[in-house]
Design a protein around this ligand. Structure first.
Ligand code: CUA
Length: 350
């Protein structure tokens, strides 16, 4: 059995080396997706600080456990003996209460400062943009209010780079949680109240939008994409959406719904049919819902229409009710619905 100051000094030296190695390893690991917002910086730094603080504590605790289990273990012949009675050591107890308290207090203050920084309102001149987010089983909707005009609606999130955004989030049904991991920010969508979130995208690209609250059977499929565009690209997208809102495919004057309109609708990011459904003609390969080439083959227009507006009435074998959104009947205009049915009937005909 090693005893005395020398053994202790050795342990401390080993602990320091292991802690340093552990910290170096932890900091070398790429924990998160790309940092795509200005909020990501302080959050990632905070994470690094937590690693730096907790690794030496982990090493200390494991070392004490290991030394106690090897140096002070029960040996043959000692089975019936009791250990020495232990009395309090006031100085030690004060030290081991005070140090953790100080560490926790420092981290709490630091966390508060980070939270304050990432949630603070940007300067008026930054031109913060409002995006309304609605969660429902099992999709997100985004709305861009336009001064003196109709709001632009989209089922994919488009944002300009370097412009602060304020999200206002509501839910139509149950709890969801609006999360763009690359932005690092996340907040629940709660029925009955509006929650808020601020983000300034700072990196171009496409990032997953996910739901982070178990909300039903289709929870795992409640995924969309955040497109961060250059300011000019975003403006172009917005004006295109405004124009499209005024003249959506199939809503053109004259009202003659065509299969070509239906094909455009099927492919549009607003509906995103192909994200869940395989359809050879559209070149999509989604597997969340059934392969439309199989389940719609030879179906009447009325049956196809019903599959879109009331998807739970007839469910293909191997698939579950309640996964496909129930609101296509209200999201699509009658002309759009006609066009989509026409298209689907045409390309799945036997
Ligand atoms: Cu919505 Cu999980």
């Amino acid at each position: 059995m090693r005893r005395g100051k020398r053994a202790l000094a050795e342990l401390v030296a080993i602990g320091l080396v292991v802690s340093a190695l552990g910290i170096a390893l932890a900091l070398a690991i790429d924990w998160f997706p790309a940092a795509a917002s200005t909020q990501a910086g302080p959050i990632d730094t905070f994470w690094d600080v937590l690693l730096i603080v907790s690794i030496p504590i982990f090493v200390l605790v494991s070392t004490v456990v290991a030394v106690a289990a090897t140096e002070f273990r029960m040996r043959p012949g000692q089975e019936t003996q009791d250990g020495p009675p232990i009395h309090g050591n006031t100085r030690l107890e004060i030290i081991w209460t005070a140090i953790p308290s100080l560490i926790i207090a420092a981290l709490v203050i630091y966390a508060y400062l980070v939270l304050h920084e990432i949630e603070k309102a940007p300067a008026k001149s930054a031109g913060e943009m409002l995006v309304k987010v609605t969660g429902e089983q099992f999709t997100w909707h985004f709305e861009y209010p336009q001064a003196g005009g109709q709001a632009v609606k989209s089922d994919q999130l488009y944002l300009p780079v370097d412009r602060p955004v304020r999200f206002e989030i509501v839910s139509k049904d149950v709890l969801h949680s609006f999360w763009v991991p690359a932005f690092r920010m996340k907040i629940d969508a709660v029925p009955g109240i509006t929650t808020k979130l601020r983000v300034t995208p700072k990196r171009l690209g496409r990032y997953p939008v996910v739901c982070a609250e178990l909300c039903g059977l289709g929870h795992a499929f409640m995924r969309q994409t955040a497109h961060v565009l250059p300011a000019a690209g975003f403006d172009a997208w917005l004006s295109k959406q405004k124009a499209a809102g005024a003249a959506a495919p199939g809503a053109a004057a004259g009202g003659g719904a065509t299969a070509a309109d239906g094909k455009a609708l099927f492919a549009s990011t607003d509906l995103g049919c192909g994200a869940c459904h395989k359809l050879a003609d559209a070149g999509t390969a989604g597997t969340t819902g059934p392969d439309l080439g199989q389940v719609l083959a030879g179906q009447s227009a009325a049956a196809i229409r019903e599959s879109i507006v009331a998807p739970d009435k007839a469910i293909a074998k191997g698939f579950a009710k309640g996964v496909m959104p129930q609101d296509y009947g209200t999201r699509l205009s009658p002309q759009q619905l006609d066009a989509l049915v026409k298209y689907l009937q045409e390309v799945t005909a036997k």
